[in-house]
Design a protein around this ligand. Sequence first.
Ligand code: GRF
Length: 206
Amino acid sequence: MRVRPANRRLGILLSGRGSNFEAIADRIASGSLQAQIAIVISNIETAPGLERARASGLTTAFIPSRGKARDEFEAEVVGVLKQHDVSLVVLAGFMRILGATFIESFPYGILNIHPSLLPAFHGMDAQKQALDHGVRFSGCTVHFVDQSLDGGPIVAQAAVPVMVSDTADSLSARILKEEHRIYSEAIELVLAGRCEIEGRRVLIHE
Ligand code: GRF
């Protein structure tokens, strides 16, 4: 199935620091990624990423998740994304696992970035998991989101070496630099309609 978003309007979901969001916003500002950030949504009111989005004049929304059933929260977020005519949802450090309500509202229209070479080290603290496991290379993965945890079809990956002297922090920093590069590249591939899903594989067309 060829993925063809109806427009280039992004909805960014974040819960924390927001460095991936900023990297994407920078690429858009410099003209190297042709997209519009239609809205930045956070479930955490004090998320630094949300603060930065507000400060740069983007449309933002704080939608609390605490104390709500998952379906209720997701229906609210989906409603706001649809109101803003978003065709590609970009998870950028969004610390909630999405359920069926959300995923079925944006079929192959949600991307996530994970700080490991999936399928290795899914879930939390992926960089520490890689270090503890003793792998020589780790990296990051941009993938479509489906019902599996960090398991949807892979759009882009980048590898980095793991040094003997690494801590979880130093490895995370090396990986993060690559995250900031490949997320925008993957978004462009999807927006340009160049991705075709064939089972687990994403074929990239010219
Ligand atoms: C990144 O490491 C990303 O891979 C993971 O969460 C972290 C978010 O960082 N999903 P930031 O908020 O984009 O700085």
